[in-house]
Design a protein around this ligand. Structure first.
Ligand code: ZN
Length: 329
């Protein structure tokens, strides 16, 4: 289980700051955690919630044993609300619904925590509802807004929350951790490029999914360059059965992005930075026939597909369009 000490390995600066703030009992009402995927935003937010709710908090450290700590650990604390985008955005009615729920249970505890994922997707209405709620004198409310892109967060939210920028983990440290836990260097290298959260890496390692996913991505990328007529067939037969749910598709898109980034590394002979470490020959061969500009354009296509995924575009259409775009590139 996480402690502030273990989190310090992931985010030393932010952990120090939060620990000091907790010790002085001077938490802000709202935090904006900004950082790329896998930098520990969610896990730090949940640990902060433990310190906030724990019945036996010791300095800044939650006991991890009381009812509150255990409920947070198992993801069913009644006074913690996770808000995620409903389609393209986080809408006012989602926040209002929560506030109604909170008001029914007002007596139980005066403390409430909101954790908002993809906070950059809040509508103005939703943001204002949250801000209004933070001003309620009757409740001790903590809002933790998580985002990968702070620049897209509404200015009202920016100005009212404390902004903490999560830095990326050192890849070398994380990679080493994965290999020493018994994972192959090929899979560890991919995992360390996809995430810097150990828990997330463990989830990805469940079953044989990540290894299968990796070979399908390599097959697709090989076909895009060598046998383009095969691509839609492979999509149908191999990709779609494996990448079914949104989080899986998101990882699949990241894996394609990493392949393209490897192509760029191969062009500039930075093979030490490769993710697909056992594919050097194929990468170098493809890199020979692609300019940096076309590779960059293909990377933008993947980023666009990622945005469409958040907006609930049909996964098959999304992938067909992406692969055809990459082929044209
Ligand atoms: Zn506790």
């Amino acid at each position: 289980m996480e402690t502030w000490n273990t989190l310090k390995e992931i985010q030393p600066r932010i952990t120090d700051l939060l620990v000091k703030t907790l010790e002085k009992d001077r938490l802000a009402h709202a935090y904006l955690f900004e950082g790329s995927r896998g930098t520990g935003k969610r896990v730090v937010a949940l640990h902060l919630a433990k310190s906030f709710f724990c019945e036996n908090v010791n300095g800044s450290d939650p006991c991890l044993e009381c009812t509150n700590c255990r409920r947070i650990e198992s993801g069913n604390h009644p006074d913690i609300h996770m808000i995620e985008p409903d389609g393209l955005s986080i809408k006012k009615h989602q926040v209002d619904h929560l506030q109604k729920e909170f008001s029914y249970r007002g007596v139980e505890s005066a403390k409430k925590v909101y954790i908002v994922e993809h906070a950059n997707l809040m509508t103005i209405g939703a943001a204002n509802s949250i801000l209004k709620f933070l001003e309620e004198p009757a409740t001790l409310t903590l809002a933790v807004l998580l985002t990968e892109q702070g620049s897209n967060v509404l200015p009202t939210i920016h100005s009212r929350s404390q902004h903490l920028a999560f830095s990326p983990l050192s890849r070398a440290v994380f990679l080493d951790k994965l290999v020493t836990s018994g994972n192959s260097s090929v899979i560890s290298s991919l995992l360390a490029s996809l995430t810097t959260s150990y828990d997330e890496a463990l989830q990805l390692l469940e079953g044989d999914w990540i290894a299968q996913a990796r070979s399908v991505v390599i097959q697709l990328m090989e076909e895009l360059y060598a046998r383009p007529t095969q691509v839609l067939f492979t999509l149908q037969e191999k990709w779609l059965p494996l990448f079914k749910e949104k989080p899986q598709i998101e990882i699949g898109l990241d894996m394609i992005l990493l392949w393209l980034r490897d192509l760029l590394f191969s062009k500039v002979e930075k093979v030490d930075s490769l993710t697909y470490i056992d594919q050097i020959d194929l990468l170098q061969q493809q890199a020979l026939t692609s300019s940096q500009d076309t590779i960059s354009k293909k990377m933008s296509d993947v980023l666009l597909a990622k945005r469409h995924l958040v907006a609930n575009v049909n996964p098959q259409l999304l992938m067909e369009k992406l692969l055809l775009n990459i082929l044209e590139g």
